[in-house]
Design a protein around this ligand. Structure first.
Ligand SMILES: O=C(CO)COP(=O)(O)O
Length: 251
């Protein structure tokens, strides 16, 4: 059985003080980690506060990006080794905003996945098509190619343990959610791709999130789909009440 994973991606929001206050507001109302993993991925400048506030609670913690080298002359980058030292459980890589605004390539995302594994941090690998690609009905080819590139050279055990987030770009921050059927269709395609690349067991183990305007009103319907194991949530993860409604969607 795959444990559902609902993650907030705070993007470039929140400061260390707000981070501490947020965790204080949610920490006693989180689900058991064996029932639903509740995760916050925060900006690098907030991670120390996040780790300190979340210690001893059911909240899992993560970063929004990392570099593929542990150290060196790479001004402005974040070390995966230090993320591990700080207690990070997860790190998002390949978010469409990083691919779009910061020109990250599939090859870099693959290197980042390997660097995170080398340090014992679990990657959340994002994929998803633009509106233009969907309108041309090329979304499956697009996403399958992103997944193949991101997973290149990873072992079946590694892929079993990681998280893939399907986030159609046209549904991010737009209030326009993919229908639960559209989301399920692509998450199933991703699982089938993992099965083709690896084996049935790996495909059954890998957890696949949907992201794009997930909110307390649509989370239940999305989570009811057989191939959707979680949500990667931007805007609706920024307020404690809304985050709690999301992670406690089963209640
Ligand atoms: O990009 C997202 C999460 O990574 C989705 O953002 P929204 O939930 O704000 O649409």
């Amino acid at each position: 059985m795959r444990t559902p994973i609902i993650a907030g991606n705070w993007k470039l929001h929140m400061n260390p003080k707000q981070t501490t206050e947020f965790v204080a507001a949610v920490k006693d109302k989180l689900p058991e980690a064996s029932k639903v993993e509740a995760l916050i991925c925060a900006p690098a400048v907030d991670l120390e506060s996040l780790a300190n506030a979340a210690a001893g609670t059911n909240l899992r913690v993560g970063a929004e990006n990392a570099y593929f080298e542990d150290e060196g002359a790479f001004t402005g980058e974040t070390s995966p080794k230090v993320l591990k030292e700080m207690g990070m459980n997860y790190c998002i890589i390949g978010h469409s905003e990083r691919r779009g605004y910061f020109h990250e390539t599939d090859e870099e995302i693959n290197k980042k996945a390997k660097a995170l594994f080398a340090n014992g941090v679990t990657p959340i690998i994002c994929c998803g098509e633009s509106l233009e690609t969907r309108e041309a009905n090329k979304q499956e080819d697009w996403v399958v190619s992103q997944i193949k590139a991101a997973l290149a050279g990873l072992s079946a055990d590694q892929v079993s343990s990681l998280v893939i987030a399907y986030e159609p770009i046209w549904a991010i921050g737009t209030g326009k959610t993919a229908s639960s059927d559209q989301a399920e269709e692509m998450c199933k395609t991703i699982r089938d791709t993992v099965k083709d690349l690896y084996n049935e067991e790996t495909a059954e183990n890998v957890r696949i999130q949907y992201g794009g305007s997930v909110n307390p009103g649509n989370v239940k319907e999305l989570m009811a789909k057989p191939d959707i194991d979680g949500g990667l949530v931007g805007g609706a993860s920024l307020k404690p009440d809304s985050f709690l409604e999301l992670v406690n969607y089963q209640d």
